[in-house]
Design a protein around this ligand. Structure first.
Ligand code: CA
Length: 228
């Protein structure tokens, strides 16, 4: 299967070189020429990898990277940073980039990095993203910590696993049965009380008004849907 790569870069010469070379290696290549277009295409279309320049018109590569991760896009990102700007590397990785290369870079080096990222973990959305934000809440997956307005909210291990599952399937109605199976590995009937209690606790901790939940929606007769 042809893997899809999105190049977000405004330098026409570099775009041509990259596109031709990647195409020659068997990749399907799409190009966005500024940050706004890069964010739009990166979040609305499905790519296997994004090559993202830092210096872009309309929106910097850092902002694009951060916004893609905040929107839950887990596609591997390689950032292209300018020479002399070592701080870029640190910032880029903190914002959720997976790797970086300093310009001018060796094409073989780039191809090797692309290969490495594509082989690393196929089809695991959001797992690449270290953090996810909704409203005033920020979830740090690596540290398994949740913050609201910068203050840490204590969550039990099960609450965190449930929240992670909800986030990974946001926008999808999840049946009680699925949630119990996936989060509790529970195979029998019943036990929905356990789930409902955990949902209530999460709402208490995360919702602005737990009585009128806007993040974890009850779908009557079916289950729950995360809208964060
Ligand atoms: Ca550029």
């Amino acid at each position: 299967m042809e893997e899809k790569v999105l190049i977000v870069e405004d330098e026409a010469g570099l775009v041509t070189t990259l596109r031709d070379r990647l195409h020659g290696e068997g990749y399907h290549v799409e190009v966005a020429q500024d940050g706004i277009e890069g964010l739009k295409r990166g979040s609305e279309e499905s790519f296997d990898l994004v090559i993202l320049d830092v210096m872009l018109p309309r929106k910097s590569g850092f902002d694009v990277c951060r916004d893609l991760r905040q929107r839950g896009v887990g596609t591997p990102i390689i950032m292209l940073t300018a020479r002399e700007q070592t701080v870029d590397k640190v910032v880029g990785l903190r914002l959720g980039a997976d790797d970086y290369l300093t310009k001018p870079f060796d094409m073989l080096e780039l191809l090797a990095r692309i290969e490495a990222l594509l082989r690393r973990a196929p089809g695991t959305p959001i797992a690449f993203a270290n953090t996810y934000k909704f409203g005033a809440v920020r979830v740090d997956f690596r540290r398994t910590e949740v913050f609201r307005d910068g203050e840490q909210i204590p969550l039990s291990a099960k609450e965190f696993q449930l929240l992670r599952y909800l986030i990974e399937h946001r926008g999808t109605t999840l049946s009680r049965r699925e949630l119990l199976q996936e989060v509790w590995a529970y195979r029998g009937a019943g036990a929905t009380r356990t789930l409902d209690v955990h949902i209530a606790w999460l709402r208490q901790k995360l919702e602005e008004d737990p009585k009128k939940p806007k993040l974890i929606i009850t779908v009557p007769g079916l289950g729950y849907r995360f809208e964060g």
